[in-house]
Design a protein around this ligand. Structure first.
Ligand SMILES: [Fe+2]
Ligand SMILES: [Fe+2]
Length: 174
């Protein structure tokens, strides 16, 4: 698995802009966009292999999964909060990170990597059902499923870590 996965993803993993995702925080507890994207790609690769997809489809799915969050900014930063604060109501809601980053990631990934229309659609719809873009191909369904599996695990670990810290504080004698 390792060498085949590496062969499919090496150029992306070593790209300077992708390397920058190591500095972008994502789902808390030290989790970065890099960690999350790599885990999502590994999960997507495993699902595609288990489904017996062709080698081309496995590669297409794995690469789309690796780039699904290639939006290139830290959505926890103050500048993003400031940007959102200019808007209110529906205008603010529709600009929230959860709703816009699929399109941003797809456009940015398209600029730097050679993507097919199927991969672009998969990246754009990966937030389904939170976003209104419906997955319309096999790659898209696998990417959105893999993202949910990995994000749930990462968020669960973060919540678990906060609860454990809080519990220790409460039970430690003063
Ligand atoms: Fe995402
Ligand atoms: Fe994601």
């Amino acid at each position: 698995m390792q060498s085949e996965f590496k062969q499919m993803t090496d150029d992306i993993l070593n790209h300077p802009l992708f390397m920058e995702t190591r500095c972008l925080m994502h789902h808390g507890n030290g989790n970065t966009v890099y960690d999350h994207s790599l885990s999502t790609a590994i999960t997507a690769y495993s699902i595609a292999k288990k489904l017996g997809l062709s080698q081309d489809m496995v590669e297409s799915t794995t690469r789309a999964a690796l780039l699904h969050d290639f939006f290139g900014y830290d959505w926890h930063d103050d500048w993003f909060k400031d940007y959102l604060s200019q808007y209110s109501g529906w205008q603010r809601f529709k600009r929230m990170h959860a709703f816009v980053h699929g399109d941003i990631a797809a456009e940015r990934a398209k600029e730097h990597f050679n993507l097919t229309d199927r991969q672009i659609k998969a990246i754009k719809s990966h937030m389904f059902p939170v976003c209104f873009s419906f997955p319309t191909n096999c790659e898209a369904w696998i990417v959105t499923l893999s993202d949910k599996i990995v994000a749930s695990r990462e968020i669960g670990q973060t919540v678990g870590s906060y609860v454990s810290t809080l519990f220790k504080k409460l039970v430690t004698p003063k």
